[in-house]
Write a protein that binds this ligand. Structure first.
Ligand code: IVH
Length: 667
């Protein structure tokens, strides 16, 4: 009992410090002092596990990764915002609202539009119940385990300054600050992992993890800005709801403020646009919301967006610079893409030195030439593009640019197919194409061969150790370890990684072949239709392919064209002969467990828990780590704990290891 008093006290103290740090942005103790309090709480909780509380500030990272995401239906749909592209459209929003309401003046709440991911959190009597993604607005994914790792999200709301509603659904944006994003990407590079394209993608990837220990390492932040359903408390306007959220301990963006009428809207929009690059996080516009909830009701909503709010979009950011050169990049399919090499210029918070010129038509249309001064634009995360040439600045000696008639890599002739804007190198043995095809084959979504990145592939092709995807399976440690930058260990690792990749799936292998327009999704459709049989797939006729639901005529044509090339047939045959084995998907296999859900607890004697879980999935069942109403069987071994009790409460069938083995061996 004596511990309990201190445990409770520490939980309160820590929650209050979180509030001061994350909501008020005004910490009153040092990080070191905070850590000491945290450690004291952790050790007392460990001493006395009976005082375990899932909402204690120490309980942010769950023990086991999830098997998959459950769905959560939003009680109130999470709508989008209608966009106003410029000042006129912002003013019309105000005019329309005034007219519909029959009033002369309207107070709005002005907010920055954060460029992150919308999420919803549900609190029951002040305790965090669950959290979800926006999804399609009606149903999202349960990402409670990941949201709990965000330290600025309270697990327990404060209640001593503002009464709590019995049910509170709040919405906000999860994002990563620019400086944290840069640090994260530096770390990715050190770990040999690909960098994230932008903070938004990094935040999205972090929330999509099944393992919360990974999310916990990502520097995620959140600001709250709206409500969903609230029970047991009513609000008259948005400002008072926002200030209550703050008192409950939910962080609110400090730039939010009330504004009046069109002038207020325009001023806020302009001021915010001016400071956007100085803010620590990315924003892509402003949001204006009618403050008075009664007026919101009167305005109502359209099918996808409310009439009481609008998003003011920022102009894409532009700058002028000089095209120093135009480089031709050759892709996996031989496509020649012109890329402008720019005099580096700072725009939208980053230094830009490349811009895509797309194709010859685009170059002709804009009359883009080397040495031209150009206006470039960077919008969101897309590659910068050239808007126009500043013709007045063009010198006397300048010539139109033409994509060369010969491939810049292999000197082979180029061609352009009917209806296509793109020129291609016609040599399928072009070294750049060969390298890019092998890189694609080894990439994450395909064979996922660890350690076989761009540089290594280039090196192996240049050393003539490989010339096609199947050659990868002929590599040996001996051949590798004599190469520059390779040692015994790295040679061994790469050979092992190649070997490991050989046990693969139909979608991975087919996607890896790099058939144009065949992504992972389409590959999965083929897997289903051809029951994972590559031979049947390779012999399919155009008509048969077109008849598959989700497969269009273009894809069907690409596929038949691919297989009509005997070289491709030979490559695939070689891969299979050299050890690539395509595992049947559980769906296409005899599905004896028929989607039934299994949870394991205690120890197993005949196999490890991981093996048992894999077996369940292979046989068409589902393995999960926690019990719910949906669980069909709890497999309990010696040393089982609280799960047995929970299974009994939920009427879940409990079986032992032998009974489980009988079930799975009955086929
Ligand atoms: S209000 C109907 N406020 O923008 C109200 N949304 O296009 C919709 N967003 O899905 C939400 N900052 O993810 C609101 N201050 C803000 C916002 C904001 C960013 C995102 C949010 C939403 C999307 C709507």
């Amino acid at each position: 009992m004596k511990h309990y008093k201190r445990i409770k006290e520490l939980r309160n103290i820590i929650n209050e410090h979180n509030y001061k740090y994350y909501v008020l942005d005004d910490p009153s103790i040092s990080d070191g002092e905070y850590d000491d309090l945290f450690k004291e709480l952790e050790s007392l909780e460990n001493l006395d596990p009976k005082y375990f509380d899932p909402h204690s500030p120490t309980q942010r990272v769950g023990a086991e990764p999830l098997e998959g995401f459950n769905k959560i239906t939003h009680q109130v749909p999470m709508l989008s915002l209608a966009n106003a592209m410029n000042s006129e459209e912002l003013i019309s929003f105000h005019e329309r609202s005034k007219k519909m309401l029959g009033v002369e003046s309207i107070t709005y709440v002005a907010e920055p539009k954060l460029d992150g991911l919308g999420v919803e959190l549900v609190y029951k009597d002040g305790s965090l119940l669950h959290g979800s993604t926006r999804g399609d607005g009606f149903t999202g994914e349960d990402i409670t385990h990941n949201l709990k790792t965000i330290r600025s999200i309270p697990l327990q709301l404060r209640s001593h300054e503002q009464p709590l509603p019995s049910l509170l659904e709040v919405r906000g944006e999860v994002f990563i600050e620019k400086s944290e994003f840069n640090k994260l990407n530096q770390k990715q590079e050190l770990d040999g992992l690909p960098p994230f394209a932008n903070p938004r993608n990094a935040a999205a990837g972090s929330l999509r993890q099944l393992d919360p220990t990974i999310t916990a390492k990502r520097p995620l932040s959140i600001y709250f800005y709206e409500s969903g359903l609230i029970e047991g408390l009513a609000f008259e306007n948005h400002l008072s709801f926002l200030s209550s959220m703050q008192l409950w301990g939910l962080p609110i963006n400090p730039l939010i403020k009330p504004v009046k009428n069109d002038q207020g809207i325009i001023n806020y929009h302009k001021e915010t646009e001016q400071i956007r690059n100085k803010l620590p996080y990315e924003i892509d516009g402003t949001v204006f919301k009618v403050n008075d909830y009664k007026l919101r009701d009167d305005l109502g909503t359209r099918s996808r967006s409310p009439r009481w709010a609008v998003a003011g979009k920022f102009k894409a950011q532009q700058a002028t610079t000089i095209i120093k050169d135009i480089e031709i990049q050759v892709g996996r399919t031989g496509a020649l893409t012109p890329v402008a090499k720019l005099e580096p210029v700072f725009v939208a918070g980053v230094t830009v030195s490349n811009a895509t010129l797309h194709n010859q038509d685009e170059i002709d249309r804009k009359d883009i030439r080397i040495n031209d001064t150009v206006l470039i634009e960077r919008a969101g995360d897309v590659i910068p593009k050239v808007i126009k040439v500043v013709k007045e600045k063009r010198g006397n000696v300048s010539e139109p640019f033409h994509i060369p008639k010969k491939c810049p890599v292999c000197n082979h002739g180029t061609y352009r197919s009917e209806n296509e804007a793109i020129w291609r190198c016609g040599n399928i043995s072009c070294s750049r194409q060969v390298k890019a095809r092998i890189q694609h084959f080894a990439s994450k979504g395909a064979m996922d061969i660890d350690g076989l990145g761009e540089k290594v592939v280039d090196q192996l092709v240049e050393e003539k150790l490989i010339g096609s995807i199947s050659d990868l399976f002929l590599l040996t440690k001996k051949k590798l370890e004599v190469l520059e930058r390779f040692g015994e260990k790295s040679a061994d690792n790469l050979i092992k990684a190649i070997k490991n990749s050989q046990k693969t799936s139909f979608p991975r292998f087919v996607y890896g072949l790099g058939i144009r327009n065949v992504g992972e999704h389409i590959a999965r459709l083929f897997e289903k239709y051809f029951n994972g049989d590559i031979e049947k797939f390779s012999n399919a006729s155009l008509e048969e392919l077109e008849a598959i639901e989700g497969v269009g005529p273009i894809v069907a044509k690409e596929v038949t064209q691919f297989w009509s090339n005997l070289e491709n047939m030979k490559l695939v045959k070689e891969c299979l002969e050299l050890g690539v084995s395509i595992e049947k998907n559980s769906e296409t296999q005899i599905n004896i467990l028929n989607d039934q859900r299994f949870v394991f607890t205690g120890s197993l004697e005949k196999m490890s828990r991981k093996e048992a879980q894999e077996k369940v999935v292979q046989l068409g069942g589902r393995a999960s780590s926690s019990i719910s109403k949906k669980t069909n069987y709890l497999v309990a071994g010696p040393g089982s704990g609280s799960k047995v009790k929970k299974a009994k409460e939920l009427n879940v069938t409990i079986i032992n290891e032998n009974e489980f083995l009988k079930m799975i061996n009955s086929n």
